[in-house]
Write a protein that binds this ligand. Structure first.
Ligand SMILES: *[C@@H]1O[C@H](CO)[C@@H](O)[C@H](O)[C@H]1NC(C)=O
Ligand SMILES: *[C@@H]1O[C@H](CO)[C@@H](O)[C@H](O)[C@H]1NC(C)=O
Length: 628
C-alpha cells in the first residue's frame, strides 16, 4: 500500500470534512450544470458534455461514430450532421406531438402542415452548427463533407432528403439493423391507430354511443402510449396482443354503428395526406428516442453516484478497506483490474465473476476510477459483499502520475473496412472494436509488485470460473486476448504508413485480457505505445483519438497470446443476431457497442444475462429510479 488510497486515516477529521464538503459541492455544481445543459438543449452534444459521467454516452457512444469516419474509409459523410440534427428534432418533436394529439382529441381540426415549420427551423440551425461541429472531427479525406453541408442548408427539401443526410449516424445505425429489427407488430398497431382515428370523430358525434366513443378514445390513447416507447416489436409491452385484439373489436363495432361513411372517408383521406408527415414524424421520434435513451439512464446513474457520495461522508465508519492491506499486493493471489466510472456495470462484472468461481477468498479486485466516482464506489462496495473477494477502489487522481489520462474505460471504435479484398469494392462492412484506453498503459506502474493481472472491461458478464487463466502459459507474450481476425492490420493501412507491421496479423479485443506485467515492463510496451501515439496522432486532426486504435494494435504486435475463442463472445451491445447457444456457453459476454445493458437502449433479449447479477433491493437505486 503506497499512497494509492486516500482517507485511510480517520482521525484527521477536520481535513476530511473539508474534502467531503468539496466533493459534495463539486458534485452538486456538476449536476446543476448537467441539468442546465439539458434544459438549454445542449444534450444533443452530450457525448461530449457528459464525458465526466458514465462511459456509455461519452466513451462509447458517439465517438465511435466519428472514428468510423476517421479510421474507416471516410465514406459515411452524414454522421457529423447527426448531432445538430437532433437539436432540430427536439424542437420539432414537441410540435409534431401537438398535431397528433389534436388529431385524436379534436378530430375536426384540419392538420397544419408541420413540414413547413420543420424546414424553417432546421434552416436556421443547420449551416452554422454543422460547420462548426464538423471541423474538429473531419479529417482531410472528409473534406468533401464539409463543403457539402452548407449547400444542403440552403436548398433543402425535407421530404426528399435521403435518410443519411437528415439523420446522420442514427440512420446508419437503423439501416444496419433493419433486417434484424422486427417491427411487424409496431406497424400493425400504427395501422389500427390510423383507422381508429378516422372513425373516432364520427363515433364521437353519434348519440347513445358514448360508451363506444369512450372505449375508442381509451384504445387510441393506449396505442399511442405503446408507440411512443416502441421502435421495434421487442420494445412493445407484453400485453400488446390483447390491446390489438381489443382495438380490432372496437373498430369492428365502430364500423357497424357509423352509417355515414362520408365523414370517415374524408377523415381517412385527411389522415392519409398526413401519413407522409406522420412517417416523417415517427422517424424523427425514433431518432429522438434513440438519443434520449442514451441519456436518460446516465442521469439516474449520476444521481446514484451522488447519493452514495453524500452517504459515504455521512457514515465514515463503513470503511473497511484497511483490513485487507496484506492481500492487495500479494502476487500469489488472483488480481483482477477494472477501469470504470460506472457503479452498476462494475458491480455486475465483479458479481458475475465471483458467483461463477469456486474459490473467491484468493480474489482481489482493483477498481480504478476517478475522484468523482471514488467515494460512491467505496460506499457501494462496503454495503455490498461479493462472497469472500477483496475489493479495492483506486482513485487514479491520487496516484503519483506525471500525466492524468482523461480516459479510463476501454475505448470503443467502429471501423469500416472493405467487405472483400479488392480495394475497388464499394461495399463496406462495419466492425466494432474495443481496445485499451491510455489508462490501461499505466498498469505496470500502478501494480508495481504484481506479476500477472486479469483485466476486465466493465461491460462484461462473466459466466465461467476464471481461475484457469492464472495457470496459463503465455509463452513470453504480454497480452492474452481473444483475437479478432475480421480486422487485420492491413485494413488500417492508411494509418500505418511509416510503420513496420505484419499486414496479415489479426486485431485483438479488450474485454478479458490476461496481462503479464513482468514481460510488459521488460519490453516497455507503454513507451512503445506512447511513441506510436505521438507519431500517428500528430497526423490526424482530432487530437489523436483515432490513432489510439492502431497504436494499441501495433504496441502489442507479436505480443498477443490468443485465448481460445470460446472465452469471450463480443457484440452484445450492437449485434441483434447473436446465437443463443453461443451466449449460453461463452465464458464471458462482452456488451461492446452502443446498446449497453444498463441503458434503456440495451438490446432487450441480452439484458437478462446482465440483470441477473445486479444487486436487488438496493435503497439508493430505488431512490434514484435506477431500473435498467
Ligand atoms: C391543438 O389544439 C389546441 C386546442 O384546440 C390548439 O390551441 C392548438 O393550437 C392545437 N395545436 C396544433 C398544433 O394544431
Ligand atoms: C450477485 O448476483 C446474485 C445472482 O446471481 C444476486 O442474487 C446478488 O444479489 C448479487 N449480489 C450483488 C452484491 O450484486
Amino acid at each position: 500500500m503506497k499512497g494509492y488510497v486516500t482517507l485511510t486515516a480517520p482521525p484527521a477529521k477536520r481535513r476530511w470534512k473539508g474534502v467531503a464538503v468539496a466533493v459534495v459541492l463539486a458534485l452538486v455544481v456538476f449536476s446543476m450544470l448537467v441539468t442546465l445543459a439539458f434544459l438549454l438543449g445542449l444534450h444533443n452534444r452530450l457525448p461530449y458534455g457528459y464525458s465526466s459521467e458514465d462511459r456509455a454516452p461519452s466513451e462509447s457512444g458517439f465517438r465511435s461514430f466519428e472514428h468510423l469516419d476517421t479510421v474507416g474509409g471516410g465514406e459515411h459523410q452524414s454522421s457529423e450532421g447527426a448531432e445538430s440534427r437532433i437539436n432540430d428534432l427536439v424542437r420539432i418533436f414537441g410540435h409534431s406531438l401537438d398535431v397528433t394529439e389534436n388529431l385524436t382529441t379534436q378530430p375536426d381540426v384540419t392538420p397544419k402542415s408541420d413540414s413547413k415549420e420543420t424546414t424553417s427551423t432546421s434552416k436556421v440551425l443547420t449551416s452554422p452548427l454543422v460547420e462548426q461541429k464538423n471541423q474538429p472531427s473531419t479529417n482531410s479525406r472528409n473534406n468533401e463533407v464539409g463543403k457539402k453541408n452548407p449547400t444542403q442548408g440552403s436548398s433543402r427539401d425535407e421530404t426528399d432528403k435521403p435518410c443519411q443526410v437528415e439523420f446522420g449516424s442514427y440512420c446508419l445505425w437503423s439501416s444496419e439493423h433493419k433486417e434484424v429489427m422486427k417491427d411487424t407488430k409496431v406497424k400493425r398497431v400504427k395501422d389500427q391507430l390510423f383507422v381508429a382515428r378516422a372513425y373516432y370523430p364520427s363515433v364521437a358525434k353519434l348519440k347513445r354511443q358514448e360508451k363506444l366513443s369512450r372505449e375508442m378514445k381509451q384504445n387510441i390513447q393506449d396505442h399511442e402510449r405503446m408507440l411512443s416507447e416502441a421502435i421495434s416489436d421487442a420494445d412493445l409491452p407484453p400485453l400488446v396482443e390483447k390491446k390489438i385484439q381489443k382495438m380490432d373489436q372496437t373498430i369492428a363495432r365502430a364500423k357497424a354503428s357509423v352509417l355515414d361513411c362520408n365523414n370517415v372517408d374524408k377523415k381517412l383521406r385527411q389522415i392519409l395526406d398526413l401519413t407522409e408527415d406522420e412517417a416523417h414524424f415517427h422517424m424523427k421520434q425514433s431518432a429522438f428516442l434513440y438519443h434520449l435513451g442514451i441519456h436518460t439512464m446516465p442521469k439516474s446513474l449520476h444521481c446514484l453516484s451522488m447519493r452514495l457520495t453524500v452517504e459515504y461522508f455521512k457514515s465514515p465508519s463503513l470503511d473497511t478497506e484497511q483490513s485487507h492491506d496484506h492481500k492487495l499486493e500479494n502476487p500469489n493471489l488472483q488480481h483482477y483490474v477494472i477501469f470504470s466510472k460506472n457503479i452498476l456495470a462494475v458491480s455486475v462484472a465483479i458479481n458475475s465473476t465471483v458467483m461463477n468461481s469456486a474459490e473467491t477468498g484468493n480474489m482481489v479486485f482493483h477498481l480504478v476510477t476517478n475522484r468523482q466516482n471514488y467515494y460512491a464506489l467505496r460506499l457501494w462496495f462496503a454495503r455490498n459483499s461479493f462472497k469472500k473477494a477483496t475489493i479495492r477502489i483506486i482513485n487514479i487522481e491520487d496516484l503519483d502520475l506525471k500525466e492524468q489520462p482523461d480516459l479510463l474505460a476501454s475505448e470503443e471504435f467502429r471501423v469500416s473496412i472493405h467487405a472483400s479484398d479488392q480495394p475497388s469494392s464499394l461495399h463496406m462492412r462495419t466492425e466494432y472494436m474495443s481496445v485499451f484506453s491510455p489508462a490501461h498503459f499505466l498498469l505496470p506502474k500502478i501494480f508495481k509488485n504484481l506479476k500477472r493481472v486479469v483485466v476486465l472491461d466493465d461491460d462484461v458478464v462473466v459466466q465461467r470460473d476464471l481461475s484457469s487463466l492464472w495457470k496459463l502459459n503465455m509463452e513470453g507474450k504480454v497480452n492474452g486476448a481473444v483475437e479478432f481476425c475480421r480486422v487485420r492490420l492491413g485494413h488500417l493501412k492508411s494509418y500505418l504508413t511509416n510503420q513496420n507491421y505484419e499486414s496479415d496479423s489479426c486485431a485483438w479485443l479488450s474485454g478479458l485480457n490476461v496481462v503479464d506485467l513482468e514481460r510488459w515492463r521488460e519490453l516497455d510496451v507503454t513507451r512503445t505505445f506512447h511513441q506510436l501515439l505521438q507519431k500517428m496522432g500528430s497526423r490526424s486532426d482530432d487530437s489523436g483519438r483515432a490513432a489510439a486504435l492502431p497504436a494499441n494494435l501495433l504496441a502489442f504486435q507479436g505480443l498477443i497470446y490468443g485465448l481460445d475463442d470460446s472465452w469471450v463472445l463480443s457484440g452484445l451491445g450492437h449485434d441483434y443476431g447473436l446465437d443463443s447457444n453461443a451466449i449460453k456457453h461463452a465464458g464471458v459476454l462482452h456488451y461492446n457497442g452502443n446498446m449497453k445493458p444498463w441503458l434503456e437502449l440495451g438490446i432487450p433479449k441480452y439484458k437478462t444475462n446482465w440483470k441477473n447479477f445486479l444487486t436487488k433491493n438496493e435503497r439508493f437505486m430505488d431512490q434514484c429510479n435506477v431500473n435498467p
